[in-house]
Design a protein around this ligand. Structure first.
Ligand SMILES: [Mg+2]
Length: 196
């Protein structure tokens, strides 16, 4: 695969945007009570002590609501991704956010608020039931950097010959696996990339 720019693959929720905080606030406004034990988006039903299926419905409701276009950058993503953009990096976003056109529209709006239009050269929205592993396969053995907050996907990326970086959160703090770099924010990711 040939690119005109230096390319970085990245997950969006929990990496570029802080989906979690806004989703939890929105759930609490509707009377849902958080256990206070943070979980990854995929396991958010455990955070609220609700059925998996009910969480799927609530996530879809949230992601297709205009509120989902107002997520805040995570870990100073706006500062450091823009710095990388100026240094000729472009990003390919991989997200299981939603396959609904309205949700995808909100995601683009959200990105436009913080990044130049061509910063995210392309966005890949997963279809229902599709795994990140299946999508990552098209980038196998490229050694491209891939930033994620879900351990399952970091392991897939590693096996496929990518260079995963884990964005650290309470729910993945137990992860430790050479040679995966674990970052607390985008400044650390920036420095890691520049030292390659
Ligand atoms: Mg994520």
């Amino acid at each position: 695969m040939a690119y005109d720019h230096k390319v970085i693959l990245t997950d969006i929720d929990g990496v570029v945007f802080d989906w979690h905080t806004q989703f939890v606030n929105w759930m609490e406004m509707q009377g849902y009570k958080s256990t206070g034990m943070k979980h990854h988006d995929a396991d958010i039903h455990l955070e609220f002590g609700i059925d998996y299926q009910e969480a799927v419905v609530k996530k879809e409701e949230f992601n297709t609501n205009m509120i989902s276009s107002t997520l805040e950058p995570y870990g100073e993503a706006d500062i450091w991704i823009n710095k990388l953009y100026e240094e000729d990096y472009r990003f390919i976003g991989l997200t299981s956010f939603s396959d609904k056109p309205i949700a995808q529209y909100y995601r683009y709006l959200n990105l436009e608020d913080y990044f130049p239009t061509d910063c995210f050269a392309s966005m890949i929205f997963l279809s229902p039931g599709e795994t990140k592993r299946e999508v990552l396969e098209q980038f196998s053995a490229t050694n491209l950097i891939y930033i994620e907050d879900r351990i399952l996907n970091v392991n897939s990326a590693l096996r496929l010959g990518l260079k995963p970086i884990l964005m650290s959160h309470e729910y993945n703090i137990h992860f430790k696996r050479e040679p995966v770099f674990v970052a607390n924010d985008w400044k650390q990711i920036y420095n890691y990339i520049k030292n390659q």
